[in-house]
Write a protein that binds this ligand. Structure first.
Ligand code: 5CA
Length: 445
């Protein structure tokens, strides 16, 4: 992409209404624009990152054997009356009447709809296990939408639902979700710690929230510092291997890590004093096992091996995809702007032309830009007639992990400068070598 042709409405000043750094930076980097309280338009660069996150979620769900689909945002109230949640859900549910006076609602989650689909089409234990998921907009009429996409009213969520014959199988589905979520967050450059939590309006008593530690997080958390040393890394996972998935769950959840809702001071006191931590965290996902809470009232049963109808064991599992943008920025920024982890960056490399209009510099940038694309990289070329300082400031603000700076002085010696956004370290090298380095970083070859 050439900056001169892109739509990147960056702001020089800090927006006064944004209280936390991720919200400020998303507005300043021209990623979102507020449309109404808690409702945002996703401008091109914000949309690009949102799609990258979505792709990672899809890839990791496919790896775990879960199946993608899509359900409507507007749903009939009747289904929710059947489960008893129409009245129970409270003011957060946006209720709508259509022209015929029928009650609809904007889906805040989709347990009812997926259970309805299941009961219409699945009748035998032989069709299980089954895990279906979607990535779809949700609406919750939050009393206090704030912090930009972090607590929106309209937000993008991955919601997955497992259907199993037995509790044991459903707990394996729970474990599969835990493992796949850990992989998902790590690919996004985040450490998200599974913590014992409260199930709220979803129900059930078996649930973990995934929290990214950040001062601006809305949840108070208590944990054993040793949990921050555990990561999935490169290990191979067989998602059908029950013992392996259970092992990962135990490894990640045996140490003390709880949100304030389930915090138990007496148990916490047993953690060695020098490892006790109290902090704040951003909830970027939650998994639930709730047994037959929905399948019983909605009549989602299958015939078991003896021909007897039994309600299926279910769980639901969510990732706050749009909230993740805020969480990533909270975890990775400095006073100049965003620092995108390579796995989610909107562009792989920024090319800065120090002397736009100079034939030699223009030609070198043009060649570099085209070679980068030919190599499968996604460059953004700042070809505007701006001062070098302004170009650097833009690249730093929008957080591109690598910058190649091209100027007449370097070109005399056949070199450009490759700079890391994270460390600020620059190295001179030939344009070919710079591209080789970047290809290795992004594709591993
Ligand atoms: N049905 C279950 C799992 S699919 C469910 O709705 N879970 S949830 O309520 O925990 O939501 C899943 C994730 O969506 C949360 O972990 C959080 O990351 C995100 N989320 C929830 N509310 C909001 C909101 N108002 N704005 C942005 N993200 C939100």
């Amino acid at each position: 992409m050439r900056m001169s042709r892109y739509f990147l409405p960056t702001l020089k000043e800090n927006p006064s209404d944004a209280q936390i750094v991720s919200h400020r930076l998303m507005l300043r980097a021209g990623m979102i624009k507020q449309a109404a309280s808690g409702i945002y338009s996703w401008l091109p660069m914000g949309f690009k990152v949102l799609r990258k996150l979505e792709n990672i979620v899809h890839e990791e769900q496919a790896r775990a054997g879960h199946i993608a689909m899509l359900m409507p945002t507007l749903q009939s109230a009747d289904l929710w009356r059947e489960s008893g949640r129409y009245d129970g859900y409270g003011e957060e549910m946006l209720r709508i009447k259509d022209r015929h006076g029928r009650d609809l609602l904007f889906s805040p989650t989709a347990e009812e709809m997926i259970t309805d689909i299941f009961r219409s089409h699945v009748g035998s234990y032989k069709d299980l296990p089954l895990t279906l998921y979607q990535i779809q907009w949700k609406f919750r009429d939050e009393i206090r939408p704030r912090f930009g996409v972090m607590r929106g009213r309209e937000f993008y969520m991955k919601d997955g639902y497992n259907f199993d014959l037995t509790k044991e199988d459903a707990l394996h589905a729970y474990n599969r979700h835990l493992v796949s979520y850990l992989r998902t967050y790590e690919r996004m450059g985040l450490q998200a710690i599974p913590m014992r939590a409260d199930s709220g309006p979803i129900g059930g008593d078996y649930t973990h929230e995934f929290l990214v530690l950040a001062e601006t997080g809305e949840s108070e958390v208590f944990y054993d510092a040793a949990v921050t040393d555990i990561s999935m890394g490169e290990r191979e996972i067989d998602f059908d291997d029950k013992a392996q998935c259970q092992g990962v769950l135990e490894e990640f959840t045996s140490l003390y890590a709880r949100t304030d809702e389930t915090h138990d001071a007496a148990v916490f006191a047993q953690v060695p004093a020098d490892r006790q931590r109290t902090a704040r965290g951003i909830e970027v996902g939650q998994i639930f096992y709730f047994g037959t809470t929905y399948s019983e009232p909605l009549g989602a049963t299958v015939m078991d091996e003896t021909g007897k109808p039994v309600p299926v064991h279910m769980g639901s599992h969510g990732i706050g995809v749009s909230r993740l943008l805020g969480a990533i920025i909270e975890a990775s920024h400095d006073d100049k702007g965003i620092i995108w982890p390579e796995g989610v960056t909107p562009f792989d490399v920024g090319i800065v032309n120090l002397k736009q209009g100079d034939d030699e510099a223009d030609a070198a940038c043009e060649a570099l830009y085209k070679s980068a694309i030919a190599l499968g990289l996604d460059p953004i070329y700042d070809d505007r007639k701006e001062r070098a300082g302004a170009k650097f400031a833009s690249m730093d603000l929008i957080g591109i992990p690598w910058r190649i700076t091209v100027g007449p002085r370097g070109l005399k010696n056949g070199v450009v400068e490759l700079t890391s956004r994270k460390t600020g370290v620059s190295e001179e090298m030939t344009p070919e070598l710079a591209l080789e380095r970047l290809t290795e970083i992004y594709t591993g070859v």
